[in-house]
Design a binder for this molecule. Sequence first.
Ligand code: ADP
Length: 269
Amino acid sequence: MDTLTETTAAQELISQGCGGDAALGAAEAVIVARGVRRTYGTGDAAVEALRGVDIDLARGRLTAIMGPSGSGKSTLMHILAGLDEPTGGSVVLDGTEITDLKERELTQLRRDKIGFIFQTFNLLPTLTAQENIRLPLTIAGRKADEEWVRQLIDTVGLGDRLTHKPAELSGGQQQRVAVARALVGRPAVLFADEPTGNLDSRTGDEVLGLLRRSVEDMGQTIVMVTHDAHAASIADRLLFLKDGRIVHDCARMGRDEIYEVIKSLEDAR
Ligand code: ADP
C-alpha cells in the first residue's frame, strides 16, 4: 500500500462507529501533533500512556477528548498544552514546535497562547472575581483591553459579583470566573479539563453554554477532556482514545450516540 492508501484506510477504520469522521477540511490547524508517544517508567514497570497519536485540530472549533479511564486523555492534553513532554513525536501549537522548548520558553508560551479551565476551578482565594479574571494579564504585565474585559464579564454574567472572593461564590459562578480568566488573554487554544465535573447539571449547562458561545461568537479554539457524554455533545469533533491511541474520530454527535461509543470501548476492555 502506498502512504496515501494507508492513511485513507486508517482514517476509515478510525471513523467507524460514529457519525462520520471530522477531518480538518480547509480549516487552518492550530495544533498539529505527529507520532506522539509517552511512556511512564522504565523496564518492566513501563506504561505506554500514548502509543503514537496524530492529530490536526482546526482553529475555531471545540474538540472533545473522550475515552475510558486510563486511556491517555490527561496525558494527551498535558502534552498538547506543553505541561508534559512526550517521549517521542512532535507538537506544533500555533506555529511553534513546543517539544523543543526550554522550560522558560514553555512558561511564556503557556502564558501567551493557552488558557486553562480545571475541574476544581483553581481560582486564587485571596483575589476578588475581577482580580482573578485579570490575573493572566497582570502576570504577563499586559495592559488590559478594557472593552474586551467588559464584554467577557458581560458574557459570563458576573457583573454584580466582581468584588466577591471565590469562597463567596457558588461553584457555577467560580467556574464562570475561570472561563473569563481563561479567555481574557485571547488564547490560541483553551484547554478545559472536565470543566463540568464538579457542577450540578444546571450550572454545568451554563458553563457549557458559555464555552460554546466563545466558539460561535469569538472563534475560540477549545480542547475539552471529559467523561461526560452530555458535555461532549456540544463538541464539533470528538476524539475517542483507547489504550493510548485514537480509535474514533467523529463529527458532532448526540448524547445517546456518544454513550454507545463509550460503552463499546468499555465493553471491549
Ligand atoms: P486518562 O486521563 O484517560 O484517565 P491518563 O492519561 O491519566 O489517562 O493515564 C494513561 C496511563 O498512564 C494510565 O495507565 C495511567 O496509569 C498511566 N499514568 C498516568 N500518569 C502516570 C504517572 N505519572 N506515572 C506512571 N503512570 C502514569
